[in-house]
Design a protein around this ligand. Structure first.
Ligand SMILES: [Zn+2]
Length: 252
């Protein structure tokens, strides 16, 4: 049976680009609206915002603007359940969740986001990058839940770009962009380019260097770099790249 030879095929991105990059930002942090949207608009860049409806509500007009300007709005759950080792998540610790409760948390988050913004949500980012519920021998993976519901699920603090001919779209690797300099961002893209990969960056605040912050100056430089056709970068949302990958290459 004819088919691509894994590890040897050259994945082809649109218009001869050599690498795909998606920028994503989590938690509907205020600075994404107050700093991020103008910066992104200057470069005509489209990114993915993984929002929680309760945080989004605090700046609803800003998030409506983000959707109107063509950014993807993805789901980041209703209550942001994470390991109870984080004090903030102790009352919604995934160690104490069932898979059914996790699914309900996702579904209610998506429902609220869609009704507040009038968008269709198709991708998801795992809160804290965690992909399980329960403890010990009763631990269950949440990946199947995400695979059933979403075109793509993005992880966090992963270490590599995605191979578009191999990636499981329910576990797209997400590399942290917080704290990165422009040189570090460019180096990550260069590594991805060597394998015609898809680099998905994941950050939180956008602004001056600080805790959980993707530096505005580095982002500004990076967006100029990505927009230069000479660099062969396809910059687009997680949704748009995932659709292309699903159509052209990803294993089902
Ligand atoms: Zn988060």
């Amino acid at each position: 049976m004819a088919g691509p030879v894994w590890g040897q095929s050259k994945f082809v991105w649109p218009e001869g680009r050599q690498v795909a990059v998606s920028l994503s930002f989590d938690d509907a942090r205020a600075s994404q609206v107050t700093r991020g949207l103008d910066l992104l608009a200057r470069h005509k860049a489209k990114v993915t915002f993984y929002v929680n409806p309760r945080s989004m509500e605090r700046q609803l007009e800003g998030w409506k603007r983000a959707a109107k300007e063509g950014h993807e709005i993805g789901n980041h759950s209703l209550t942001h359940p994470c390991s109870g080792n984080f004090p903030f998540a102790r009352n919604r610790a995934i160690e104490e969740f069932t898979a059914a409760r996790y699914g309900e948390d996702l579904d209610e988050g998506k429902r609220l986001i869609e009704s507040m913004l009038g968008v269709k949500v198709t991708t998801f980012a795992y809160p804290c990058g965690s992909k399980f519920v329960g403890r010990g021998v009763k631990t269950q993976s949440t990946v199947p839940l995400v695979a059933q519901r979403y075109l793509a699920g993005r992880g966090f603090r992963d270490e590599a770009a995605n191979d578009p001919a191999f990636v499981d779209l329910a576990q797209v690797l997400g590399v942290e962009s917080d704290g990165m300099s422009f040189a570090q961002m460019k180096a990550a893209v260069d590594r991805a380019r060597a394998n015609n990969g898809w680099l998905v960056l994941a950050g939180h605040e956008i602004g001056e260097p600080g805790n959980q912050t993707t530096q505005a100056a580095a982002l500004d430089q990076f967006l100029a770099y990505a927009a230069d056709p000479a660099n062969g970068v396809w910059l687009d949302t997680v949704e748009t790249v995932a659709r292309y990958v699903r159509e052209k290459g990803a294993r089902k």
